[in-house]
Design a protein around this ligand. Structure first.
Ligand SMILES: [Mn+2]
Length: 297
């Protein structure tokens, strides 16, 4: 059974201890199994206490980031690339210290609109670096899950097939794909077919609507998405991701172009998403049972 998670920015973009603990309480109250902290800045956080609270609430935890322009591991600038490695290593350690097993997000390049086409050198530099970072992650009991995002947010990996080729080049068994329905809806020929194609390399999934608001109120074919996840036997984590101008993170809100207020009541949004994903998965399972049942007399 997949754990159903929620992106922390549904609740708050703050890294203050009180806000983080409220985020955990809200996550539990809305019925989720896992919290995905994004850009968690540990400067003013008692990590031991936060880890204890996560364990007490019986929640899973994952951390997602997008590398910044001055920490792009695909850069030819050695100082920039080294800064990226430092960020990745810090994120791995933080994930481990919170009791988590997954680092997700845009890890192969910087997050944001690029003015240049990608190059083979850029690909090779990123792959070579990730091969080493994957070993650090493995020693910490953490996997790296590369989020495949649309063309406006990265120039290197925009489809699951590109991600598979990239992982093959890296040659590590500790790197997986982090797929996201919002991005897949823009770039993939077919979300369901792409999920089936990537099958056993999928380590993390974001469930987000085409406008990033309430699930089912946009144009994403969630029935096909849940059917494909069921068909490949996906039992790993699925997290709901939604953004509104209601919760603003200076960095991420701009990079992801969150200009509209798509919701104001985050508890209502979260409870709806939890039900939507659970019913979607259950419906897919029931359909799969029906089509495989011979109903022999
Ligand atoms: Mn995402």
């Amino acid at each position: 059974m997949s754990r159903i998670g929620i992106h922390s920015f549904v609740w708050s973009a703050s890294s203050a201890q009180g806000d983080l603990e409220r985020t955990l309480a809200n996550t539990k109250e809305a019925g989720f199994d896992l919290i995905e902290f994004s850009y968690l800045d540990p400067a003013n956080v008692d990590i031991g206490r936060l880890a204890k609270r996560i364990a007490e609430l019986d929640l899973g935890v994952a951390i997602s980031i997008g590398l910044p322009a001055d920490g792009d591991i695909s850069s030819a600038d050695k100082a920039i690339a080294a800064h990226g490695v430092e960020i990745l290593k810090r994120t791995i350690a933080l994930t481990r210290d919170l009791g988590g097993q997954k680092v997700a997000g845009i890890l192969s390049t910087s997050h944001g609109l690029q003015a240049q086409a990608p190059t083979r050198d850029q690909w090779n530099r990123s792959a070579g670096t990730l091969a080493k970072v994957a070993e650090t992650a493995k020693a910490a009991g953490v996997t790296l899950n590369l989020e495949i995002v649309n063309r406006f947010e990265s120039n290197l990996l925009n489809t699951a097939a590109q991600g598979l080729a990239f992982i093959e080049d890296i040659g590590s068994d500790n790197i997986f794909l982090h797929l996201d329905t919002f991005h897949m809806n823009i770039e993939e020929a077919d979300i369901g077919l792409a999920i089936r194609h990537a099958a056993d390399k999928i380590g993390y999934v974001h469930i987000g609507e085409s406008h990033r608001g309430f699930l089912g109120t946009g144009n994403i074919d969630f029935a096909a998405t849940f059917d494909a996840l069921t068909a490949i036997g996906y039992s790993d984590d699925l997290s709901f991701e939604s953004f509104s101008s209601e919760i603003v993170d200076e960095n991420l809100s701009k990079k992801t172009a969150i200009w509209r207020n798509l919701w104001t009541d985050n508890m209502e949004l979260a409870r709806h998403a939890r039900r939507f994903i659970a019913i979607g998965l259950e419906t897919a399972r029931r359909k799969a049972e029906l089509v495989s049942s011979s109903h022999q007399l």
